[in-house]
Ligand binder design. Structure first.
Ligand code: PRT
Ligand code: ZN
Length: 304
């Protein structure tokens, strides 16, 4: 394949996956693909990249274009923030043909209404007749509607929303908040959360059986990665009589493996996979139940 050339029609069984070329989603997206055992060939500066490990071609684009590319069939699947997907879906016509397939758990953020700190915000009704600067007009309008049909105007801005109140462009904003530092630095405070977002794998509503099979294989790996992300393998020695109490302490553990210890009838070794992180407090509880030699290990891959 030559630079910037589109994958040939002979590749009709290869799944096309649209991902953000660079930005807040890109690094986590490429990390996820790597954890799924997929190697990306070619530089990220190009439009297409071939993947090794599954028959997948990447389309490297701006995040805002991903929902439409999938809906219009230029890409089969895509990875995009739920905020962007939902905003595009709401603005699209009835012929929009893409849906979320899997939540990916990264790029978590909130779309929030924010107002100047000194404003006395007493609930959505406080926004009555105000102007709200946002690049998420559809999500904002839907929320205003759900909150009892608040009559507020949206002013479309594509960046620097946090400056809008000071510039006199709007009295409130509706923008993505992560740490809240940007609002703080601009004398604003969160008034309400309009939408909770995270990265999503989205897919075209109709895929050929061959592409559907590749998607299923990709999904199997993604779900394995997500399951293993917080999972821990826990090992310890413990008094035989404490096994049930220890099982009750281990977070999200399925039936543990109990092994006899050579030369000590009073104790057993317990091995368990926990589906959640194991906290220091829980280790103290295990110790209090007589557990010794407690080891907590990260899990690299997990397939159900
Ligand atoms: O170039 P391209 O169009 O592809 O990217 P982009 O510039 O439009 O988007 P990008 O890369 O900034 O964000 C991609 C996605 O990351 C968003 O659609 C969200 O789903 C998610 N995300 C997660 C965020 C943030 N966190 C975030 N903090 N997107 C934007 N921000 C901005 C926000 O707009 C505000 O200006 O960060 C500022 C607030 O951050 P805090 O930490 O100060 O609260
Ligand atoms: Zn964008």
């Amino acid at each position: 394949m030559t630079e910037n050339s589109s994958p040939s029609s002979a590749d009709a069984t290869r799944l096309r996956l649209a991902v953000q070329k660079k930005g807040r989603l890109a690094d986590d997206t490429f990390d996820l693909l790597r954890q799924c055992g997929l190697k990306v060939h070619q530089s990220r500066a190009r439009l297409y990249a071939r993947v090794e490990g599954l028959p997948i071609d990447l389309l490297l684009v701006r995040d805002d274009d991903i929902p439409a590319l999938v809906s219009e069939g230029a890409s089969d699947v895509g990875i995009v923030g739920g905020n962007v997907f939902e905003e595009v879906r709401l603005s699209a016509s009835a012929t929009f043909k893409a849906s979320p397939v899997q939540r990916l758990g990264f790029s978590k953020c909130r779309l929030c209404i924010a107002v100047p700190k000194e404003m006395n915000y007493e609930g959505p009704a406080s926004l009555h007749k105000l102007r709200i600067a946002t690049s998420y007009a559809n999500l904002t309008k839907r929320w205003l509607e759900e909150e009892g049909g608040i009559a507020a105007d949206t002013v479309t801005m594509n960046g620097a929303h946090e400056l809008a109140p000071r510039l006199g462009v709007a009295e409130a904003i509706c923008d993505i908040v992560s740490t809240g530092a940007t609002l703080e630095a601009n004398g604003l405070k969160v008034a309400a959360t309009v939408f909770d977002s995270e990265a999503l794998l989205i897919g075209a509503d109709a895929l050929s059986p061959a592409k559907q099979a590749v998607l299923e294989a990709l999904l199997g790996r993604i779900r394995g990665v997500l399951r293993s992300q917080n999972a821990k393998y826990v090992m310890m020695n413990a008094p035989r009589g404490s096994v049930d109490a220890i099982r009750a302490v281990l977070p999200g553990a399925e039936a543990p493996t109990i092994l006899d210890l050579a030369g000590d009838q009073s104790k057993v070794a317990i091995h368990a996979v926990c589906n959640e992180d194991v906290l220091w407090e829980q280790l103290s509880d295990l110790k209090a139940l007589g557990a010794t030699a407690i080891l907590v290990l990260d899990i690299d891959k997990m397939l159900a």
